[in-house]
Ligand binder design. Structure first.
Ligand code: ADP
Ligand SMILES: Cc1cn([C@H]2C[C@H](O)[C@@H](COP(=O)(O)O)O2)c(=O)[nH]c1=O
Length: 216
């Protein structure tokens, strides 16, 4: 049975890498995929992994009917054996419904990859719809880690090096970015709640209040 599978995790846990591996393994067996993405850091119409691999993809902007795109491709003699969607959190709920229709009406597997929650710990609308509709939700095996060593479960946004909890839901960016720009860091829930990033934890451990007092 074809499936709609949602591979979810924090930023930087290997989602795009897995998407590329799934495409590679199927391509190696002569299966042809259609790869959609939206607002990848590497630019329009790209699916990129931090491991350095990148492939061409179909940009799926707001308002694009991804089901109609597939039907159009197939009716023009194009081939599609499966569908991959990266940065699926950015898709509108209606587009996730179209992905479910690709599975049910066209009989294709759809593998969607995305983060579930934003920097405020709120679900992205696209991810919420995936959780509602997916046949399966898979967590990635390689866990991203918080600076404390615990499994990272949440995404923090930093502006000028400081963690923020207000702002636009969508700001394309990366982890390990320069302090002066918008950046992201993955944290465990405890440190997300306490708004403690690696930088602020380092600063706290160096503050005079916690430095050991050496007798004069
Ligand atoms: N230099 C490196 N050496 C080994 N693995 C790396 C390196 N840089 C990144 N990675 C791996 O790539 C992962 C990020 O992969 P990526 O597919 O870009 O993540 P996502 O799409 O989930 O944001 C990291 O969690 C790490 O496992
Ligand atoms: C938490 C959060 C992230 N984003 C953006 C930042 C990146 O461009 C993508 C996630 O990409 P990745 O391949 O999973 O690292 O999402 C955002 O716009 N808003 C957020 O709250």
């Amino acid at each position: 049975m074809p499936e709609l599978v949602f591979f979810s995790g924090t930023m930087d846990c290997g989602k795009s890498t897995l998407a590329l591996q799934i495409a590679h393994n199927r391509d190696a067996r002569g299966l042809q995929g259609v790869i959609f993405t939206r607002d990848d850091r590497a630019g329009t119409g790209k699916l990129s992994s931090r491991l350095g691999l990148v492939t061409e993809a179909v940009e799926a902007p707001e308002g694009m009917d991804v089901y109609a795109y597939l039907v159009d491709q197939l009716s023009q003699g194009g081939k599609a054996d499966y569908v991959i969607v990266d940065e699926a959190q950015f898709l509108a709920p209606a587009q996730i419904d179209q992905l479910a229709r690709i599975v049910d009406d066209l009989g294709l597997d759809v593998y969607a990859f995305g983060i579930t929650t934003d920097f405020r710990t709120k679900l992205f609308p696209g991810s919420q719809r995936l959780i509602e509709l997916a046949d399966r939700i898979e967590q990635l095996q390689v866990e991203a880690l918080c600076w404390c060593g615990a499994r990272a479960t949440h995404n923090a946004r930093t502006v000028g090096g400081h963690m923020v909890v207000e702002g636009e839901q969508v700001v394309v960016g990366d982890v390990n970015t320069a302090a002066e720009v918008v950046g992201y860091e993955v944290l465990c829930r405890r440190h997300h709640r306490r708004r403690m990033t690696s930088a602020s934890s380092r600063a706290a451990s160096l503050s005079p209040d916690v430095l050991p007092v050496t007798p004069a």
